[in-house]
Design a binder for this molecule. Structure first.
Ligand code: AMP
Length: 414
């Protein structure tokens, strides 16, 4: 019996999301979410997908990630999908920050764990949670290959001219300050899927990917390689997001501290949690903002306009970076579901060859499912909507590494 299954784990600070995939045909065998880890009442929702079984819910205390993952393992075992199954090839872990050290998915050993630990100052909330998930999974089955798939890897091809800030070089180097980019698995998956929609190999296609979820980022992908991305040293830079400012004059931070008397933590919270769409109009859900816009709400309209202006500016800039553009692809919660955002973001760009077909853009039901084109057939630049699938991408990268891929030397981060 060959090992063709991959468990994907996405460990957050108080949650673990998981999916078990069969790589022979890409089917999902099980999925679930353990949340409120460390609180008095934690919760695990487990969905056995292949067997057609009922969704199961457990409400109990998971004192730590170990307890939560043990509960996940029990639920999987109850479906005949235990972590000791010979059919399980590996566990693929989403790791947020790989710095410049990890330019590909990497088989995890002690040296790799040390390196992820060294990068904690760059992602103080995420990397520790990712590390806890990895260590717990190792305890549950020490013999199973574990692979780290980084949010930053796809962006390690961005050239120095785009990755570096014009900050004093010695200081930037000392503190590892540069643009790393995030959402990499999504940008990788969506750019490849867009090329497939056009019937081309990724190496032949230049794409701008707009990942518009609660967090949001743009990337410019040239022949399958990322050459520019909007998130920076942290996910704060770039587009207007649900609760983050995106681009901001850094002197605003100095002003808030000097004149406003705010502390570092207060500014951090303001920029990351109380700004963006929520800070502008009180709502960060695009559905609610659109509903308010339809009712004539001025704050919602202004928030929407600022969001769209930033998006359009990035599309124009990335067109210039690429020189030739074959497609613009929308993905994630807003990108996949909001015809109004897609229409507004690309309105007025006809001169660049970018056009949206209103009927295709606004289609509903079955016509609005799956990866699809929403531009007229004759348009110079295709516009696509591509549902992202970060779990599938992580599973594929993991499986490629542990099956016939060329596993890296243990202990040598790329
Ligand atoms: P994500 O981070 O990719 O899960 O995206 C979450 C965001 O997608 C939510 O905060 C909403 O703003 C947005 N969203 C989800 N569904 C819709 C929809 N049907 N129309 C517009 N926006 C949506």
């Amino acid at each position: 019996m060959s090992a063709t299954r991959v468990l994907v784990l996405n460990s957050g600070s108080s949650s673990v999301k998981y999916q078990l995939l069969e790589m022979a045909d890409g089917t999902r065998l099980a999925a679930g979410l353990a949340e409120r880890i460390g609180e008095r009442q934690s919760r695990l929702v487990h969905r056995p997908l292949a067997s057609g079984g009922e969704r199961r819910e457990r409400v109990e205390q998971f004192a730590d990630h170990g307890a939560a993952l043990r509960a996940v393992a029990e639920e999987l075992r109850a479906d005949g999908l235990g972590l000791d199954s010979p059919r399980l090839a590996a566990i693929g872990h989403r790791v947020v920050h790989g710095g410049q050290s990890f330019t590909r998915p990497t088989l995890i050993d002690d040296a790799v764990l040390d390196e992820i630990e060294r990068l904690v100052p760059l992602a103080p909330l995420h990397n520790p949670a990712n590390l806890t998930g990895i260590r717990t999974a190792q305890d549950l089955n020490p013999h199973l290959p574990q692979v780290a798939v980084f949010d930053t890897t796809f962006h390690t091809t961005v050239p120095e001219s785009a990755a570096r800030y014009a900050l004093e070089k010695t200081t930037a180097d000392e503190y590892l300050i540069r643009r790393y980019g995030f959402h990499g698995t999504s940008h990788a998956y969506v750019s490849r899927r867009t090329a497939a929609l056009l019937g081309k190999d990724p190496s032949q296609v230049n794409v701008i990917v707009l990942h518009l979820g609660n967090g949001a980022s743009v990337s410019a992908v040239e022949g399958g390689r990322c050459v520019e991305t909007s998130m920076g040293m942290t996910p704060l830079e770039g587009l207007v997001m649900g609760t983050r400012t995106g681009d901001l004059d850094p002197a605003v931070v100095l002003h808030l501290m000097r004149i406003g008397g705010m502390t570092v933590d207060e500014v951090d919270e303001l920029l990351n949690k109380r700004s963006g769409l929520a800070g502008l109009c009180g709502d960060n859900d695009m559905r609610e903002i659109r509903r308010r816009v339809e009712e004539g709400d001025e704050n919602a309209q202004l928030a929407f306009d600022i969001y769209i202006h930033r998006l359009k500016k990035y599309v124009g800039a990335y067109f210039a970076v690429l020189g030739r553009l074959d497609a613009v692809a929308f993905t994630a919660g807003v990108g996949e579901n909001s015809p109004a955002v897609r229409r507004a973001a690309l309105a007025g760009l006809e001169g660049l060859g970018i056009r949206v077909d209103p009927a295709l853009n606004e289609a509903e039901g079955a016509a609005a499912e799956g990866a699809r084109l929403i531009s007229p057939g004759e348009a110079r630049v295709a516009v696509a909507v591509v549902p992202t699938d970060e779990e599938l991408e992580i599973a594929q990268q993991t499986y490629a590494l542990v099956s016939d891929g060329e596993p890296q030397q243990r202990g040598e981060p790329a």
